[in-house]
Write a protein that binds this ligand. Structure first.
Ligand code: KIV
Length: 274
């Protein structure tokens, strides 16, 4: 098995580990996963953090946005991932409308994610409007990751998946939001699709690690959606995505050969029966 790029830290990754990694300058690797089998592979390859993202809505359920995801969906996916993982820190997205209404409701829902799914932390999208909620969840002992920039749960407000905070006003607001999230107690912040220079400024401004997706190399870590980096979504090719495999073609070829073998009577042969 390849151990290329494996972290020098063999122990279980905790929220303290990732904060310490920022301090020591070790980059943090993060990928999404949504099921037991994939999470086991990702964990065994040495990933530091697994995000059970509400991108499950797109890649697992086939929706166009993350809006339809429910707390029960996310609890199901997260529990599948948690059962597979031995080392990585597992963070679960709280889906749309499970934390925006009241801080109390958000705390109850974050608590369900911890108790029923076994998540190690939760992720919430947004800046100053959710700081009271973040504080309440953190005060209850639940670690929170923030998420700024392109926040897909607000897609109908933005109207587009284009790069955020290119103008100074939005960039200034994002810097303020990052500081406010840090003050509210987040242990880390995802920066999605923002200019590389702004990501550098946020990373220098806050003491907690930033994890970028389409935010350039100056973040403390990087995250990609597993299905995208494995080449399972052949039609999704944003500039920030690096594909590490072409699983779409590899799987299609394997299934095609199986169909052929069944139809031709080649499968099963004498050694593949009882
Ligand atoms: O849901 C998700 O997968 C995410 C990542 C893109 C950061 O939030």
């Amino acid at each position: 098995m390849s151990t290329q790029g494996k972290s020098s830290r063999p122990d279980k990754v905790t929220t303290q580990t990732v904060v310490e990694m920022k301090r020591s300058g070790e980059k943090i690797s993060m990928l999404t996963a949504y099921d037991f089998t994939m999470a086991g592979i990702v964990d065994s390859a040495g990933i530091d953090v697994i995000l059970v993202g509400d991108s499950a809505s797109n890649v697992m359920a086939g929706f166009d946005t993350t809006i339809p995801m429910t707390l029960d969906h996310m609890i199901y996916h997260t529990s599948c991932v948690v059962r597979a993982v031995q080392r990585a820190l597992v963070i679960a997205d709280l889906p749309f409308m499970t934390y925006q209404v009241t801080a109390k409701e958000a705390l109850i829902n974050a608590g369900r994610m911890m108790k029923e799914a076994g998540a190690h932390a939760v992720k919430l999208e947004g800046g100053k409007t959710i700081t009271e909620t973040v504080r309440k969840i953190v005060d209850a002992g639940i670690p929170v990751m923030g998420h700024l920039g392109l926040t897909p749960q607000s897609i109908y407000k933005f109207g587009t998946y284009k790069v955020r905070a290119k103008d100074q006003k939005e960039a200034d607001q994002l810097l303020q939001d990052a500081k406010k999230l840090e003050e509210a107690g987040v242990f880390s912040i995802v920066l999605e699709k923002i200019p590389s220079e702004l990501a550098r400024q946020v990373t220098e401004l806050v003491s907690v690690p930033t994890i970028g997706i389409g935010a350039g190399p100056n973040c403390d870590g990087q995250v990609l959606v597993l299905h995208d980096m494995l080449g399972l979504n052949k039609d999704f090719s944003p500039r920030f995505l690096r594909r590490y495999s072409d699983l779409h073609e590899i799987m299609k070829d394997a299934v095609g050969r199986y169909v052929y073998d069944v139809k031709s009577g080649d499968f099963p042969n004498e050694t593949e029966q009882y």
